[in-house]
Design a protein around this ligand. Structure first.
Ligand code: ADP
Ligand code: MG
Length: 681
């Protein structure tokens, strides 16, 4: 096979028409090369020819039998039957919905045939109904063997899929392996072609530590790191250095009611160096919830603006954008900045005015949602884009974004999802990373308690007291509605219960509400019109609720540690002592007890994320779905940790351009080529 053929549409293979293409698409098989990536999950053992007196009922078996008689009853719904035998016994091969002519050809009288299928026993007779294979003795090698078992979908059976997959797997192109053989051997990997063959024709695909599986993982990681490093090269291009005026931010720092933490100061310094350097800034601030990222970004913003540029601050939700808008109005009030707020809902006239003013450079800071990056928006001199809570963004979006900003525009991202190092490098490897590791000095550590669910009654007096003190409470449930299948609490049910106890003090928010409805409920809560907010975990990240000091999380063992840590970070951001109560069903596993202990003892998000990964393993990890790490099909950050490090190092040392055929092949194989537009080179 020619190498390029791998990247053709799947219907270029023999026997694949429109209908089959549709079915294959459901299995993520769209191009020929996707056959390679669709690994078998097991094997079907058809390798032994079994005598009829040794058949095992219910198993798939292969037999070699003499065709004795064909019965065609010609009555609707009655099956056709073929009587066969070997020297040890008899069997019936049964067909529903089959044509006579076809069967007569398949089963020539008094000849031997090979039949393979699931054996059953009916009215004292052995039967194989609609066998998977029937073939002549000459062709028995095709059937009598171990056959890879793929996860198939409606409309495709093993036989059909084999006809397709073998066109690829048995005819892999001879490629120029991008790995040297010495490297392969030393790191316990397999050569590319041999590896793929083994994965499809042995149990290696089930053994994620086999050489061939590791090779596939290594390739997947290389493709990922290559994409990141290319993206980085593109974005970190030379720019005209900015002359940064820090006087204003110094003044603001002096006016703040608190002292910046050392971490915050360090990050600010990183940013100033980037801004005035000759390369574009492409930096992410990683800091735990409540570590004070916003003020760092605002200080960078004022410096840029006072040096003659415009800035854009983008948030994932309107309500967070609004909060940042209000804060910046307050912080910059003595500095005569022109700040505007723009979202998808901004009405036409106002929107037009804002767009005009952005173009003329009259607006210096624009804060809003995704709508900030529509095509129609033009800036006069955009110097910095800041994006808050960016973990919902993938490489593709980051790359698009940088393009929109123009060549002289710096980019700063902020994320409050501490993640383990392996994930950090595979997600943000294209960026420079600044970590805020300290909490603001006077911040009190959140008290974390655990309680069995049945003692929920003991909570009511405590909650009552909080409400009387005008404190606010989050109440988190795993489900929106009760489910007949899952024994978890639902937000709707809980809302009804709590609302009876504290009428008119409770509100309910969950993911299936409309954006507008959610915003109203959140505003109401922010303005203290309600005291308790019952929700699922979807309530927004990033919003500062300084008055909330208690969070109750139901079925806490359902959540990952990192997720619990995130959730509890919603309280205790103000002056008041924050408390987090984890509710559990009875009978916690040892592992669960360990996890609670970690949470009680530590409030370091990075540490917790590492522990979470270790304790649960990557496969079980929830809460990272949106982060993009789950996009790996083969690599597992826990089991293949060594390969993450190895691949990172390997890519770092590549000096050739990735347009070199062998690397673009790799990128195309893992669908990364489009992200960085390899063909552009
Ligand atoms: P996050 O990092 O989660 O975005 P924020 O920037 O929203 O956190 O900050 C949370 C709260 O901490 C805000 O009310 C902010 O004013 C306050 N804060 C930020 N830095 C400090 C500091 N150095 N000392 C005390 N409070 C601070
Ligand atoms: Mg924030």
């Amino acid at each position: 096979m020619k190498k390029d053929f791998l990247f053709s549409e799947i219907n270029k293979l023999k026997g694949v028409g429109p209908q089959l293409s549709k079915y294959l698409k459901r299995k993520r098989i769209e191009k020929v090369k996707d056959i390679i990536l669709n690994l078998p999950y097991s094997e079907t053992d058809r390798s032994k020819i079994v005598k009829l007196n040794h058949l095992e009922i219910g198993k798939i078996q292969s037999i070699k039998v003499l065709v004795k008689k064909l019965n065609f009853p010609r009555v609707r719904n009655l099956p056709n039957k073929i009587e066969c035998e070997d020297e040890t016994g008899k069997i019936e091969i049964v067909y529903f919905n089959s044509r006579e002519g076809y069967l007569r050809k398949l089963f020539p009288l008094n000849k031997f045939v090979i039949v393979s299928g699931k054996v059953s026993f009916f009215k004292k007779k052995y039967q194989i109904t609609n066998p998977d294979y029937v073939t002549t003795i000459e062709k028995q090698d095709y059937v009598v063997k171990n056959i890879p078992k793929y996860n198939l979908t409606k409309g495709i059976n093993e036989k059909k899929y084999r006809l397709i997959s073998e066109q690829v797997i048995n005819d892999l192109p001879n490629i120029d392996d991008w790995l040297e053989f010495d490297f392969i051997k030393k790191n316990n990997l397999e050569r590319w072609k041999e590896g793929i063959k083994r994965l499809h024709n042995s149990r290696d695909s089930k053994n994620i530590n086999s050489k061939s599986y590791r090779r596939l993982v290594f390739d997947e990681l290389c493709a990922n790191f290559l994409t990141l490093s290319e993206n980085r090269k593109r974005i970190k291009k030379r720019k005209s250095p900015k002359i940064i005026n820090n006087q204003y931010s110094e003044n603001i720092i002096n006016e703040l009611p608190f002292e910046l933490t050392n971490s915050q100061k360090k990050v600010l310094k990183d940013i100033y160096i980037d801004l005035s350097s000759e390369n574009r800034m492409f930096r992410i601030i990683q800091g735990d919830v409540g570590s004070g990222k916003t003020i760092v970004s605002l200080l960078s913003i004022i410096s840029i603006i006072k040096s003659g540029y415009q800035c854009a601050l983008m948030c994932p939700t309107e309500i967070l954008a609004k909060q940042h808008y209000n804060l910046s109005k307050k912080i910059f009030k003595n500095y005569s900045l022109n700040i505007e707020f723009l979202t998808g809902k901004t009405e036409y006239k106002k929107r037009k005015r804002i767009l005009d003013n952005l173009k003329d450079g009259n607006i210096e800071l624009i804060i809003g949602t995704h709508s900030l990056f529509q095509k129609k928006i033009h800036f006069k001199k955009l110097g910095l884009i800041v994006i808050d809570e960016q973990h919902k963004f993938g490489v593709q979006q980051r790359s698009d974004l940088a393009k929109k900003g123009g060549d002289d525009c710096d980019v700063l991202l902020m994320s409050a999802t501490p993640i383990p190092r392996t994930m950090m490098m595979s997600l943000y490897g294209d960026m420079d990373i600044s970590k805020i590791t300290e909490k603001p000095a006077r911040r009190k550590k959140i008290i974390t308690l655990s309680k069995p669910e049945k003692k929920i009654k003991e909570l009511w007096p405590f909650i009552k007291k909080q409400i009387e003190k005008n404190n606010q409470i989050f109440w988190v449930c795993p489900l929106i509605e009760d489910s007949p299948f899952l024994n978890y609490s639902s937000a709707k049910k809980k809302f009804e219960l709590i609302n009876k106890k504290f009428p008119n003090r409770v509100s309910l928010i969950h993911g299936s509400l409309k954006r507008d409805e959610k915003d109203i409920i959140l505003e109401n809560f922010l303005n203290r019109n309600t005291s308790i907010l019952v929700s699922t975990t979807v309530i927004e990240v990033g919003i500062d609720f300084p008055n909330a000091n208690l969070i109750i999380i139901e079925n806490a063992n359902k959540f990952g540690l990192a997720q619990l840590h995130q959730l509890r970070g919603r309280v205790g951001r103000g002056e008041k002592q924050g408390t987090c109560i984890l509710l559990f069903k009875d009978g916690l596993s040892k592992n669960a007890v360990k996890r609670i202990k970690i949470l009680k003892e530590s409030d370091d998000g990075f540490f917790i994320a590492e522990e979470d990964l270790k304790l649960r393993g990557f496969g079980d990890l929830v809460g990272y779905q949106q982060s993009g790490v789950k996009n790996f099909r083969f690599a597992d950050p826990v089991i293949h940790q060594d390969l993450f490090t190895l691949a990172e190092k390997y890519v770092h040392n590549i000096n050739e351009k990735v347009n070199q055929n062998k690397y673009s092949f790799l990128l195309k194989l893992f669908d990364r080529a489009e992200i960085i537009n390899v063909s552009e080179y």
